[in-house]
Design a binder for this molecule. Sequence first.
Ligand SMILES: Cc1cc2nc3c(=O)[nH]c(=O)nc-3n(C[C@H](O)[C@H](O)[C@H](O)COP(=O)(O)OP(=O)(O)OC[C@H]3O[C@@H](n4cnc5c(N)ncnc54)[C@H](O)[C@@H]3O)c2cc1C
Length: 356
Amino acid sequence: MMIGQGRKRADECDVVVVGAGLVGAAVAARLTAEGLDTAVLEAQTVAGGATGRSAGLVLAGCDFDYGRAVATYGRQRARELWSLTVEGRERLVAEARHLAVPVTVSGSWALATDAEQAARLEKAAALLREDGFDVRFGDDPLERGFQGALYTPGDAVVDGAALTRALLASEGVAVHETTEVYRWEPEGNGLRVWARGRTVFCHALVLAVNGYSPLLASYFTGRVTPTRGRLVTSDPLYETTVERPCVFDGGYCRQLPDRRLLLGGWQRETDGDGLAEFVARHFPEVNLLTAEQRSGVGGFTGDGIPLVGRLPDAPNVHFAVGLGGRGLAWGLVVAERVTSLLLHDTDPGLLAASRQ
Ligand SMILES: Cc1cc2nc3c(=O)[nH]c(=O)nc-3n(C[C@H](O)[C@H](O)[C@H](O)COP(=O)(O)OP(=O)(O)OC[C@H]3O[C@@H](n4cnc5c(N)ncnc54)[C@H](O)[C@@H]3O)c2cc1C
């Protein structure tokens, strides 16, 4: 039975997707395109979680550098991992263009704030180039006291919320906002989902709730760490000095068309105020006290790679969570893996939650 746009009581559908961020939207759009009656239940509003609060940077790679990836996973797996993020970035750019969502392929700089980081980035650049990735290491492109920078030409900027809305609209997916899911239980050959103001019987569930996952199932406790991301927007700078998005140890920034600087970072227990130190050293004209502030919750896994799988005690409950700080490039790949798991029982490969 088709579910109405938030007004009719929801009784039954093939698949319930929990969470209307980039991942939930991509999963729901694909399942709907495959002919499955799919409904999205969202606690807040569409893209009300990390996706809508993100800085819009679509970056290949992980939150750690390629040298560390090679040391941790070995050369072949590190290459596979990076290739997946490049694939995710390319898919996102293509999808955004297809759906007429503005996207800019600007390239990005990873900035080294000290000599040790410069050496690490230079080594990462050499390894990446050997493995066929298009990157370059060079001098400080901003002339603001950095020790060097790794340039990645294909990186992009997108409005994550606009893309999420466009994905849902493209297939006419039924979305129920302000409908937080509390729990589910087996019923017949399916599941009964209990949510705010309604219950839905479905045959399969997909959890696309990223950093909120430990609140929904204890399986995620210790596997996904909710972490607050902070974003500040400065007053306009005098000139355009940051031509493309930048990442640095502990944060990222990009300059908006009106010359304001958008700066972000993650609040971890062990960190001091890394963002304030970065600003004081490299952008002394930025006054953080007068800057606009916003924040959101992200979900980080222990190894920095998203988790895709099924709950061990509920095999028709699927999940794609823990997208970390570069979730926009991961989003469509992760969505595709969990959808293939649901539809065809395809192994999620490197992203399989069973690796933990
Ligand atoms: C401030 C900030 C800046 C960021 N900047 C970038 C960036 O520039 N580039 C980048 O690549 N990544 C960035 N990220 C990370 C990126 O936004 C995320 O990794 C990505 O958007 C995750 O998408 P998602 O769909 O998995 O999760 P989300 O977008 O968080 O969506 C999950 C949804 O689930 C809903 N939900 C949770 N629990 C329930 C429930 N019980 N019932 C119903 N619904 C529920 C939430 O309300 C939310 O809408 C940033 C994150 C933050 C917080």
